[in-house]
Ligand binder design. Sequence first.
Ligand code: HEM
Length: 469
Amino acid sequence: SQKRPEPPGPRPLPVFGNLFQVDLKRLDQSLFNLSKTYGPVFQVYFGPKKVVVLAGYRTVKEALLNQADEFGNREITPILNDLTQGHGILFSNGDSWKEMRRFALSTLRDFGMGRKMSEEIIIEECGYLIKEMEQYGGEAFNNTQAINYAASNVISALMFGKRFEYKDPVFQNMVERDNETIHLMGTASIMMYDLFPWLGPFFKNWRNLMKNNEDSLADLKKLIADLKETLDPEICRCFVDAFLIRKKHLKDDEVKNSHYHDENLLYTVDDLFAAGTDTTATTLKWGLLYMAKFPHIQRCVQEELSRVVGSRQVRIEDRKNLPYTDAVIHEIQRFANIAPMALPHTTSNDLTFQGYVVKEGTTVFPLLTSVLYDESEWESPHSFNPPHFLNDEGKFIRRDAFMPFSAGRRACLGESLAKMELFLFFASLLQHFHFTPPPGVSEDEVDLKPVVGLTLTPKPQRLCAVHRL
Ligand code: HEM
């Protein structure tokens, strides 16, 4: 029998591989371009490392959903190993990952992810965020911090049973550090470190990352210690309590080698903050920027909100009566494409995919850019067009290629919480404010080019939040 081929791809150079054929500053775009030459499954070499890229809705879906187990391991690069040592959820594999993921999902569900309790937490936070924005009296300001704080507080309330004041310096530092970590992770020097780890200590970014990580963990440890001290196993106040209670029960039952140990608690909480704050906040920031850029769309959302909700607090159950607003939020997520390559996966064994062989342990990039901008799935992928999610009667429709949370075994675990947050924050803000560029800046001048890190974020810029109600 004939040997099956490996996926095609550009010819690699020794040592550098294809590093000169891709633009590390906008890697997802250059991989998307390569897929137009090499097809939906191709390989590129980053230095000595081979990466298989999956492009287009059909191919990403086929891999992540139909061969979910084979494509469902996480790649843990040297920097990720330095940071988490295989604990937690984001950057772990095997039984520990499985147990932590299952625990986090079921605990968040018990706390009402997608149900009442989370809704109350988010609504309370909407109030604080609106108050914060009102302070500027319609003058231009950078909304980055306020939005980060609001998103972080939702996770805080779930994890620790409490929110923080936006002015609290400890809290400000925690959020700021997480932001910086995500930025540093996307820098070229950290990518180089992952390829040539012995360079590590020479990179300033590497040292900054390690320091950030240490400081974040120290803050989280303090918060966890406070909860430990006041723990009452009969009353579960938050996620950390739920973990500690489970740990205690396993100990009482003399279960050995359980995954419920202090490191897993610390890194799981750290992961939920890291994965849940920046993503949600960044999406919201894009949303407000698009509204300032496309005022006619903003007006349609506000008209629908006024007609359906009026001035009372908007709630999750209103969503079904707000198809246009819902479509706009989906289009924000599609167009903003904040996690353009999801997070890297690896294959769990040797496999055949679309006729090509891929070896066990090969790095795989599910290229979400190529799904959210797939020309065979979207009518106008390159423009901001809410009707992508509306039928002829103006009813909301789901789209298969809407995959900002990725899919399959490693898909985002916070999807339903994130959706609640995006809906409640976005709708509440547009009920209260009309967003515009600063005076003297035209809509055309609003800059939609992203800053590239692990996520795609808007450039720092100022908007006016003009009071409506
Ligand atoms: C708009 C908001 C969000 C977006 C766009 C988003 C997107 C993603 C993406 C693309 C992945 C990688 C999936 C893959 O590897 O294939 C992911 C993983 C993950 N997300 Fe989210 N996410 C969001 C919000 C959240 C929130 C609020 C939480 C926490 C409650 C969260 C927790 C996680 C975790 C723990 C993982 C790792 C899952 C695993 O490796 O098993 N995310 N997310």
